[in-house]
Design a binder for this molecule. Structure first.
Ligand code: MG
Length: 388
């Protein structure tokens, strides 16, 4: 089998409370009629989603004529090719992720097996989700509590809320990352009200989006120790793992990061520095299906669980589910599409994809989810052209 063409499209709309909902899709065509579709992050609509698409197409000439079954050697060739143009960083790694996912889709279809089978089989046939709730209607404890209770009625066993920039006029300086006394009280009130509303049998994660400085992060992490968080996410910006390791060493609160880290190399360093208790790679960004498994295996060797960040479409989310089915140390997967009315409709497969807080791993060949061309065409990014 030979690759005959590589195309890419940017599809989606930047809906509120969705974490983005604009994605780059890659389609790889073959001379045997097998077509694979992969998804990757478009680096956020603000960064210009066409950037990732152009990087995908930059590799088109190299891929045409190659055997798509040869996924790992092709991937390594592309990875090394990018060493002097971003290498293991975004958005080059995003583009490789979309290409590699499309190749795995082809291999699965050609062999008539689901992708998890190519990864060594599955430990589980359904993937536990947590609902990203963002915030309450207002940034108050009662509003957070109300939102949490409403979401739990949908069947989730875990929820996540944001607490950065949710303090209104209690934040005294708009620029610095210091959490003053009034803001700290407000943030702790939000988390406490949420915990009291959901009880102690539901897992609660709190996201700081890297918006706090070191002393503020340590104070917050220690203050919420009695609230038994599933994790405190990105209490510091992503760049300095040594500083994050100081937060982790200071507290019994579980510390998590990783949605802005990519490839096994970044996660190896994160673990070597003992910076986290839980890792959260975004599998639409981190380097692909096999790279996701490599990252999870490195974490497993340190007894660290994997709880991926996820703002993907059903297709990218199912690709992640194949990886998560195939690793022992999976904890929980994010779902951020509750507020996106067209999320389920943009793809076809074993819909509905989300049922009672779980995603069932597809047994169809390949990734097992296809774009609904009619719906996806209507969501095409302005100025882009849909697949042939
Ligand atoms: Mg986050």
């Amino acid at each position: 089998m030979k690759i005959t063409d590589v195309q890419a499209c940017v599809i989606g709309r930047p809906e509120p409370h969705s974490g983005g909902s604009v994605w780059t899709f890659v389609r790889i065509y073959t001379d045997e009629g097998v077509v694979g579709t992969g998804e990757c992050s478009s680096a956020g609509h603000m960064a210009g989603p066409m950037t990732v698409k152009s990087m995908v197409l930059h590799n088109r000439d190299m891929l045409i004529g190659q055997d798509p079954m040869n996924v790992a050697p092709l991937y390594e060739q592309l990875r090394r090719r990018g060493r002097y143009s971003g290498g293991s960083s975004a958005p080059w790694t995003f583009a490789l992720t979309g290409i590699e996912n499309a190749l795995y889709d082809i291999v699965g279809k050609a062999l008539s097996v689901p992708v998890y089978q190519l990864l060594g089989g599955r430990y589980r046939d359904r993937i536990r989700l947590y609902a990203d709730c963002a915030a309450g209607e207002t940034h108050t404890g009662p509003a957070y509590a109300e939102k949490a209770q409403a979401v739990l009625e949908e069947g989730y066993s875990a929820v996540k809320f944001d607490v950065d920039h949710k303090s209104g006029d209690s934040k005294l300086d708009p620029v610095n990352y210091t959490v003053g006394a009034r803001e700290m009280t407000h943030v702790i009130d939000l988390i406490t009200a949420t915990r009291e509303a959901i009880g102690w049998d539901i897992d609660l994660a709190i996201d700081c989006h890297g918006q706090f400085d070191l002393p503020s992060a340590i104070t917050l992490a220690k203050a919420v120790e009695p609230l038994r968080l599933m994790w405190l996410e990105e209490p510091l910006p992503a760049e300095n793992l040594e500083a994050l390791a100081q937060v982790r060493a200071s507290t019994s609160t579980v510390i998590c990061t990783g949605e802005n880290h990519y490839t096994r190399f970044h996660f190896m360093e994160m673990l070597e520095r003992k910076a986290v208790d839980v890792i959260m790679p975004d599998l639409a960004k981190a380097g692909g299906i096999a790279e996701g498994k490599r990252i999870a295996e490195i974490a497993e060797a340190s007894y660290i669980p994997v709880a991926p960040h996820n703002v993907s479409s059903p297709l990218g989310m199912m690709a992640a589910c194949h990886v998560l089915a195939a690793i022992p140390n999976f904890l929980v997967l994010e779902f951020h599409g509750r507020d996106v009315s067209w999320w389920e409709e943009m793809c076809t497969g074993d819909a509905p994809f989300i049922r009672d807080g779980w995603m069932h791993v597809s047994d169809r060949p390949g990734i097992g989810v296809e774009l609904n061309d009619e719906v996806a065409r209507g969501l095409l990014w302005e100025g882009d052209v849909y697949f042939d």
